[in-house]
Design a protein around this ligand. Structure first.
Ligand code: TYD
Ligand code: MG
Length: 454
């Protein structure tokens, strides 16, 4: 017979202790330890539970083949689709579009005739139906369960054996394996474990939605990362309709693919060439503007970095930065002052990455420096130039990851000159590389004769 045992668990980080302590030895949080009852597993051999072994050669490997979710952009990120009996976590901030994405996946799998269950802990079935109706015609193989008991969901899975089950969200479920509150670390872990168990047992693909919670809150999806086969993260710019889907962990395929979507009134639509979007309204020959190849995951995209520099008198200059890391901007400005003679401290500096792109990697430093210099000098950088490189505090230009991929993407989009770190390998034929070892050298590569006069 199973019996109950008590352990002491930190509400903040989930660390377990045999006795109560005032401070968690794991995360050093005070007064975060609570008592949790755990059901002890039965000791010894339970005759009902032994399983016959089988020759591995007799196992059908096709049972592990992924099935497409009918959404090319998602299938590409997954390396072909979802694997039967696998567990996937879809993590993202509230409002980013997780329910929309999974509803679209569910509708296309169900439209092909396979049964799909949506577990709607977060919303009422009527709301889910309204969303689905907005996204297309609802296939009859799409089923809904309105229950937050993990045991009920697991039993439903066992009985119905759907191709796929989507739990929206794992934070709303409660498992009777532990007696802590829904949404707490232990509940989320226990519910996930219970569902993963059922999914593996019945060959069902389990897709759990997890909200990425703000700093300090409990039970973010991170606690599930090691339990699942695949972790998908879904994010996007706060001021942009673009959404990025990435597999940050994937037992069955690549983690380098990036799916890009637009959130439209008809749901999520794949965007084949987001760089075109970012560069769409670019006005060429504008001082202060530079195009920078940046990475989202491992995929290179191009975006325009715009700057405006306005001298001020009688007060210190201020900075306003969007889409670029504020601390790096301050560092680049300081290095420009020390090593290239640009005094930006007596000016208001505005930096904006167009289209809501987030250029949050050091590879954007050199582009920012050249854009600022172009703004100060009121001289545009030619329209076919891209810039990439990290700047060190000594004014040196440092190499950046995946430069070859960045250069190919730049060439593909029509750029013909690239200002790059000295160590950069050759790019595609037809792309002229201007190599710079220092910031001063890089700035001298944009002399008036190279600048367009436009
Ligand atoms: P939702 O999928 O509910 O986000 P999450 O589950 O991650 O919290 O969708 C978020 C937003 O998307 C919501 O504000 C409404 C909007 N939306 C569209 O723009 N188009 C659509 O077709 C749908 C269904 C939603
Ligand atoms: Mg939702």
């Amino acid at each position: 017979m199973a019996k109950n045992r008590k352990v002491y668990v930190c509400r903040a980080c989930g660390a377990q202790f045999p006795s109560w302590t005032g401070r968690c030895g794991g995360c050093q949080e005070w007064a975060s330890i609570g008592e949790v009852a755990i059901r002890e597993p039965t000791v010894g051999v339970d005759a009902d539970r032994t399983r016959a072994t089988q020759p591995l050669v007799a196992v059908d490997p096709d049972l592990a083949l992924p099935f497409p979710v009918g959404f090319d952009e998602v299938d590409r990120v997954l390396g072909g689709g979802l694997t039967p009996g696998s567990a996937t976590l879809l993590a993202g901030e509230p409002g980013i579009g997780k329910s929309t994405l999974t509803t679209q996946m569910a509708m296309s799998v169900a439209a092909a005739g396979a049964s799909v269950i949506l577990v709607t802990g977060e919303e009422a079935p009527a709301q889910v139906a309204a969303r689905a109706a907005r996204l297309g015609s609802i296939p009859s193989a799409l089923l809904v369960v309105d229950d937050t008991s993990t045991a009920v969901v697991a039993a439903t899975m066992a009985e119905t054996k759907p191709q796929m089950i989507i739990v929206d969200s794992i934070q709303t479920l409660r498992s009777d394996w532990v007696d802590s509150a829904p949404g707490s670390v232990n509940q989320v872990k226990a519910s996930a474990a219970q569902l993963i168990d059922a999914a593996k047992g019945h060959g069902v693909s389990l897709l759990m939605i997890g909200h990425v919670t703000k700093e300090g809150s409990v039970a973010g999806p991170r606690v599930l990362e090691h339990m699942v086969d695949t972790v998908l993260t879904f994010d996007g710019g706060r001021h942009s309709e673009l959404r990025f889907l990435r597999a940050t962990k994937h037992r069955f395929g690549p983690t380098s693919e990036l799916g890009i979507f637009d959130m439209t009134s008809d749901g999520l639509v794949a965007v084949p060439d987001p760089s075109l979007r970012y560069l769409a309204d670019r006005r060429e020959s504008m001082p202060g503007s530079v195009v920078v190849p940046f990475l989202v995951g491992r995929r290179p995209l191009l975006a325009e970095l715009q700057t405006l520099v306005q001298p001020v008198q009688g007060r210190a200059g201020q900075s306003s930065v969007q889409g670029f890391d504020g601390k790096r901007q301050a560092m680049v400005a300081a290095v420009m002052g020390t090593h290239a003679g640009y005094r930006l401290s007596s000016a208001d500096v505005f930096v904006s990455v167009v289209g809501g792109a987030k250029l949050d990697e050091p590879a954007g430093d050199l582009g920012l420096a050249i854009a600022l210099a172009s703004a100060v000098d009121a001289t545009p950088v030619p329209a076919d130039v891209v810039v990439c490189g990290e700047i060190g505090l000594g004014g040196e230009v440092r190499s950046v990851p995946l430069i070859t991929e960045r250069l190919h993407e730049s060439y593909r989009l029509g750029f013909r000159t690239a200002i790059v770190p000295r160590s950069a390998p050759d790019g595609p034929t037809g792309l002229r590389l201007l190599r710079a070892g220092t910031l001063a050298e890089a700035l001298s590569l944009v002399p008036p004769q190279l600048r367009s006069t436009g």
